[in-house]
Design a protein around this ligand. Structure first.
Ligand code: LLP
Length: 420
């Protein structure tokens, strides 16, 4: 986003402000879709709604042909409100409550169970047409944080692969007939070979199960986890290479285990929307203490990732103060080492620590990069610092797609007791 546009948007909508670029979302979708579908035609992308659930963002991906991967009853309701057909909704939550199980059945979505123990509970309420289990292939990887490894021995997710056969055997015994299989590879992975390696593990697990239990798996869902670069010198994921390596394994293994008709599903979030969004914030206070702090309205409650995972986000500076011209971080600028903070009364709310940035003054804007995924969705109204507004750019034309949270929104649903 150009500096002038950041200034215009900040003036019009205020800060902090999430800004998404519709064209970039489309490009990301098309690149991913082309890479896989040209190699494995029976291919479908299910957008992981959890990464950015603004309905206008979801709609862009639906227009491109995506389905939805939903994690809760409310995400299912969102997909249904957007008229996503049931066969294009995956329901893949964690530690599901009975209400989730019932909602999943009512939606007729493709049901993906995270544990064998959920099956008898689900069957008390009804029988899904198609069922998959989330298998934990015993390896995991994350470029974000150890806590973000969504598979492997430490992950709370999925059924250990050694127990997968028993899960499918039970489902067959209970009379279910149509099956798929699911896994999550990890989070923000940028190594193409890793996707092939973990896919091979999954196929080596379910291939023999299919043969032994005479299950014709209808789809194999290799999950999300396709990474984007956050650090300045990080390389982007080579998606062509990723697709080529994964499909090579798919061809080999499906032949070996006789799974030729199987569909290949993926359910990415970050890859589609992460680099299509940024967060515009303003500098409100500069403080010379034992070190120099730049206080902005982008706090841990507005963008949780840095404080939660130590995640890095690039920061661009847009000078607005004292009438100087706009500039990004050029080498000729006066660079200072500062710690960028939010406004929360928490010492943890210092999210870019000892960062070299062009000299900032009160009134300047910062543009926090790669904030399209796990940004707004993970924000919360702490200290009465309410949630940001969201804007979608279509060919640089802004459209407000969520109003800034206001005092009355914050109070809504609360009850005041009379005095005495
Ligand atoms: N499918 C399932 C079942 C998932 O749990 C996730 C993410 C995805 C798909 C999408 O994964 P992606 O393609 O976006 O990596 N808050 C963390 C990321 C947590 C991911 C949770 N599950 C972050 O800000 O990095």
């Amino acid at each position: 986003m150009k500096n002038d546009l950041a200034k215009t948007l900040a003036k019009k909508y205020g800060t902090p402000l999430y800004v998404y670029d519709a064209e970039r979302i489309r490009e990301n979708y098309r690149r991913l879709h082309k890479a896989f579908s040209t190699r494995w035609p029976d291919f479908q992308i299910f957008y992981a709604v959890k990464s950015n659930s603004n309905p206008a963002v979801v709609q862009i991906l639906l227009q491109e042909g995506a389905g939805c991967d939903c994690a809760s009853e409310n995400e299912l309701k969102l997909a249904m409100r957007l008229r996503v057909p049931a066969e294009k909704i995956l329901f893949s939550g964690n530690m599901l409550a009975d209400a989730d199980l019932k909602a999943g059945l009512e939606s007729k979505a493709l049901f993906n169970l995270d544990d064998t123990s959920l099956l008898p509970r689900l069957l008390k309420f009804g029988r899904p047409e198609v069922l998959s289990f989330r298998i934990n292939p015993a390896i995991g990887k994350s470029n974000v944080h150890e806590s973000d490894e969504l598979a492997g021995a430490k992950a709370k997710f999925g059924i250990p692969w050694e127990k997968a056969e028993a899960a499918y055997a039970l489902a067959k015994e209970k009379g279910l007939k149509r099956f798929g299989v699911h896994m999550m590879t990890g989070s923000c992975v940028t190594d193409p070979a890793y996707f092939a390696k973990i896919s091979e593990k999954l196929l080596n697990c379910v291939g023999p199960i299919g043969k032994k239990l005479k299950i014709d798996f209808e789809f194999i869902n290799i999950g999300g986890g396709f990474g984007i670069p956050y650090q300045p010198n990080e390389k982007p994921l080579d998606i062509e290479k990723t697709a080529s390596l994964v499909v090579e394994i798919f061809k080999k293994k499906t032949k070996e285990f006789g799974l030729s008709e199987v569909k290949l599903f993926v359910e990415p979030g970050r890859y589609l929307v992460g680099d299509a969004g940024c967060l515009v914030g303003r500098v409100h206070a500069i403080k010379e203490s034992y070190k120099k702090f730049v206080g902005t309205d982008v706090g841990m409650n507005i963008l949780a990732r840095p404080v939660l995972y130590g995640a890095y986000h690039g920061i661009r500076v847009v000078k607005c103060s004292n009438g100087t011209t706009d500039h990004g971080p050029r080498t000729t600028d006066l660079v200072e080492t500062v710690t960028v903070t939010g406004q929360a009364c928490e010492n943890a709310d210092a999210w870019a620590k000892d960062r070299k940035l062009p000299k900032l003054e009160v009134g300047d804007l910062i543009v926090v990069e790669n904030a399209g995924a796990y940004g707004y969705v993970m924000s919360y109204p702490y200290n009465g610092r309410l949630r940001a507004a969201e804007v979608l750019l279509e060919k640089n034309q802004p459209k407000l797609i969520r109003k800034r949270e206001a005092f009355e929104d914050w109070m809504s649903g609360t009850t005041l007791f009379q005095k005495g």
